[in-house]
Design a protein around this ligand. Sequence first.
Ligand code: PEP
Ligand code: MN
Length: 337
Amino acid sequence: MIIVLKNDILPEQYANIVKTVESYGFKTFTHEGKNKKIVGAVGDITNFDPRKIKVLDGVWDVFKATEPYKLVSRNTKNEKTIIRLGNEQIGADKLTLISGPCSVESEAHIFRMAKIVKEAGIKILRGGAFKPRSSPYSFQGLGEEGLKYLRAAADEYGLYVITEVLQNDQVALVYKYTDIFQVGARNMQNFSLLKELASTNKPVMIKRGVSATIEELFMSAEYILSGGNENVILCERGIRTFENYTRHTFDLSSIPVMFDKTHLPVIADPSHSAGLRNYVPALARAAVAVGADGLMLEIHDNPKAAFSDGPQALYPEDLSKLLSELKIIAGAVGKTI
Ligand code: PEP
Ligand code: MN
């Protein structure tokens, strides 16, 4: 922690700052530059609120020199985390592709979608059975019935399943049917859900909240790692900005930042970022180009009739075209599909 002192600081204020900082267990050193005098505080700030120092007389500003997350940090573990799912490896050189409809709509529909996913060479099937809808009047998902259809469709085509869990009392149920838990953007800071998922042994993909900073996403991941589950995947799915020509603003820059700061795999979701199918392929290509470990892509064979997110769903033929483009981009950045 770096404490910048006011230029007109009084000697007794300086003495009090040093005494207070040391009383919290930090070691201090003082550096007097040409224009500024600073106090450096060395110690563990994981659980320390710098405002305790900011309020002291004579302090101009306080900066944290270390990050509040530990286990997700690349400073703690430089080696990239690879999550194993049968023969699949998430976070390795082969891109992880996830596809399927927004919602599980019916048994017949999810079977049709699973067939398309399988034929595209994709290994992980998505589909929400518990849907976090902005409106209580929108389709809320088929619940356990949907989970059963999703699992059966995945098993029929030899696929893995990722599906969203909304609340603590669904964890045991969803566990029975899924291979990866999805924590949605709206639940990124549902800390009690994160703690519950930390006690399971299945991978968890956390989607970035629409107004969450990258550091906040890391802190949510930290809940799961510190609770004993190291299999966490981060997902960039767009954030809220002033721009409204897209549903969200795809924060492409978060992907290289996440690689720099954490060892966890990063999946990009251009479908929820764009909100409109026309823009999804371009964002998907861009995500692979900046180094995403994989993509989550919503598809539908009849988007006009989709129960949710139809306008952003790719047609099956769009998906195969996109995958052939992605092959070229993946190759250019040292990845395979
Ligand atoms: C979804 O994946 O269908 C979903 C609801 O995503 P998000 O949480 O990113 O809105
Ligand atoms: Mn969706």
